[in-house]
Design a protein around this ligand. Sequence first.
Ligand SMILES: Cc1ncc(COP(=O)(O)O)c(C=O)c1O
Length: 380
Amino acid sequence: MEFYKHGLGPEVVRAIEGVVASPFLTSGPVGKQVETQLADFFEVDHGLLVNSWTNGAVATLLALGIGPGDEVIVPAMTFIATANVVELVGAKPVFVDVDPESLLIDVGQMARAVSDRTRAVIPVHLYGQMVDMAAVGAALAHRPGIAVIEDAAHCFEGSRDGYRPGQKSDAAIFSFYATKNVTCGEGGAIVTRRADLAEAIRKTRLHGMSAGAADRFSKGQYRHWDMEALGVKANLPDVLAAMLPNQIDTILERLPRRQAIADKYRQVFEGTGVSVPRRVTGCVSAEHIFPIHVDPALRDSLLLALGDAQIGATVNYRSVPTLTYYSRKYGYQPEDFPISWAWGQGTLTLPLFPSLTDEQQDHVARTVLSHVCSTANSHA
Ligand SMILES: Cc1ncc(COP(=O)(O)O)c(C=O)c1O
């Protein structure tokens, strides 16, 4: 069984055909409509499509003028892209550890890591649960110049205490990568309440040009463009944007099935040697992926056992500062971020997608438990 299976149907094929039949393949009218749809969904003024979370984050950091000499605070337990984008603009990622139970950034440690050079923080809504954005805002209230950028790659349909990504920050960035809850293969989006930031990102996502291809030819006549600031090539073509409207319209309908699968995993693993991140009160998780944690001595053999049983499993994630690039460059040791390290040594992620059947899920749970129990017994 696959680790992830998308649920895209013929409506997506028809939408792509519509774009192919039109003269415009790259960013154009379809993307503009999706941007309005995103702004409406998140109840913010601005939605901006990009061709990945990563390029969208680079465009956002460039738009904020963040670069060499600046620091950006990121959690140690996340996907590498969260830190890499900071490196890519020449700034320094400053890692902080996560809460031992929720695995979300430790807001107290984040506040203590703020220095004169801090220009932004990137809290990550890991696995689908939102960070307490009200607490992040309160912790940084005395430093209004520090931008808050949410890594919402895992959290399209999640919320916390009734608010959604983008509603309590400078910007929230989503990923539409192949395995994400909303996907177009490769893609992403930024939502923001700030008109000035949206305006700046519109340029930094397209080389820094003052007008996109569609706008250069609007009203039937060519308009000259200028380049005021350096940007990247991060625009999403309409041929991919066309895959999104139906998914966004129906995303909340698919959430109950994700929740049911996650609930069942939680139930069967309760009281076993398998632990899972704590559910945070007030959070509606997007249930993007289902990570578990086992005795680190068993993790890799469990991955093999799942592979032998034809079950797709991955690792999300190992502690980012201990990966070779970051430990070489900054000298980080595992014990610098002990919670992230411990989680990363014992975690693996099980299949979770809406069309996963009960039988398939039972097979996954049985395989995990029989490996964990039999190996634990043989060690006893
Ligand atoms: C937490 C997190 N941030 C960022 C990214 C990067 O997203 P993309 O592949 O769209 O650049 C991912 C992708 O998996 C992710 O899981």
